[in-house]
Design a protein around this ligand. Structure first.
Ligand code: LMR
Length: 397
């Protein structure tokens, strides 16, 4: 029955993380997967999350199925977090929000919806982007193209080329954009660049699809929602898939949401209905535990304050590691410009290392990063940054 199957090659990120776990070397360094590790190399369980879980345990509530669209308290809290509680689009009820199985679940539900209701639309994503963006949209039967984005020569954005490519897309094309902390490059659009992009998206009748997986790791929780709010202010219809995996350190809880900003409340009702139909056909309804954590942390003032402080601390530790890596590498390789470690934002940096150099780092030094040269800066700590910088200096000619 199954002998004709092709073997699965594995996912480039998850397989590398698995290989790291199996590596017996004690001084190995994991810069592969986008997970925040603390200075001791552990995945933190935030106190606000523990407290939310303790509340849930004490309440001893039943565990019914959630509605298809997820818990009302979480959906409301997500809208307030992303757009601001007082935003006109929130008040007008013109945003359809579903709790989803991580933001990946949201991305895929949105892609299935687009395939069904905007059948001719192709998706265009940044070059490069998170590998799974292509896989998810192609998996939904949508053609995927790319617009120029990262400039290896400057370590910045090829903004003019990006705009030119986007301006040439047919109307109703989906434009996938990273709202902050671009994965894999760490190179974000500036506020001025977003302001230039939005009128063009509107004029060309394009459909922006924002991925907001790293909220709080760039400049701050509200600051990182800048692009979301700018698009909502502009009156455009658009999608935004957001995740709490990184910001609440709840990876395995699969806590995410999908919001679709529509032109009015009646349209939002229609969109929500069809998104619900898509979910019911896929996984029926999302997870009640994730909803309990997220809604409590976002709405209980004490938990919310603790969470905001935790996110600021995680962001600050990553920035410290960026400075350490930059300083150590600059000292070891004088004359080379490693300034991109300081200007890139969020969990990731694009090192410019070749696949061969990455292989050497892994095989010879036990330092694991993606073969594109992406490092997860959150895998660095005061105990391994020096060793990592030395290994990187050794493979750089
Ligand atoms: C990453 O890019 O490493 C993370 O988003 C984890 C994943 O699922 O790929």
């Amino acid at each position: 029955m199954f002998q004709h199957l092709e073997p699965y090659a594995g996912d480039p990120i998850l397989s590398l993380n698995d290989a790291f776990q199996k590596d017996p070397r004690t001084d190995k360094v994991n810069l592969s997967i986008g997970i925040y590790f603390d200075n001791e190399g552990r995945i933190p369980v935030l106190q606000c999350v523990r407290d939310a879980e303790a509340q849930m345990l004490a309440e001893g509530g039943a565990k019914p199925y959630l509605p298809i669209e997820g818990a009302a308290a979480m959906r409301r809290a997500v809208q307030h977090l992303l757009f601001g509680a007082e935003h006109a689009a929130v008040k007008a009820g013109r945003i359809a929000t579903l709790q989803t199985v991580g933001s990946s679940g949201g991305l895929r539900v949105g892609a299935d919806f687009i395939k069904r209701w905007l059948p001719g639309s192709a998706m265009c994503m940044s070059d490069p982007s998170w590998d799974n963006h292509r896989a998810m949209f192609e998996g939904a039967g949508i053609a995927v193209h790319a617009y120029p984005y990262y400039d290896p020569a400057t370590g910045g954005v090829r903004f003019d080329a990006m705009r030119e490519a986007i301006a040439a897309l047919p109307a109703r094309s989906v434009v996938l954009l990273h709202a902050c902390c671009h994965n894999p490059t760490g190179v974000d659009l500036s506020r001025e660049q977003w302001q230039q992009l939005v009128p063009m998206l509107r004029q060309r009748e394009l459909l922006p699809y924002l991925d907001l997986a790293y909220q709080g790791y760039g400049d701050g929780i509200a600051e990182d929602a800048y692009a979301v709010r700018l698009l909502a202010d502009s009156g455009l219809s658009f999608f935004v898939a957001n995740s709490f995996s990184k910001s609440m350190s709840v990876y395995g809880e699969r806590a995410g949401a999908l919001s679709v900003v529509c032109s009015d409340a009646a349209e939002a009702e229609l969109v929500l209905g069809q998104l619900k139909a898509t979910v019911r056909r896929n996984y029926s309804s999302p997870a009640i535990h994730a909803a309990g954590i997220v809604s409590r942390v976002l709405t209980d003032p004490k938990l919310r304050g603790a969470w905001e402080a935790d996110v600021a601390a995680m962001r600050g530790r990553i920035q410290t590691m960026r400075r350490s890596l930059h300083a150590t590498l600059s000292a070891k390789k004088p004359g080379r410009d490693f300034g991109y470690f300081l200007t890139q934002r969020g969990m990731f940096s694009y090192t410019g290392l070749s696949a061969a150099q990455v292989d050497r780092l892994r095989e010879q030094y036990g330092v694991y990063l993606i073969r594109s040269g992406r490092i997860c800066v959150a895998g660095l700590n005061t105990g391994n940054v020096e060793r990592t910088a030395s290994a990187m200096a050794a493979v750089i000619d």
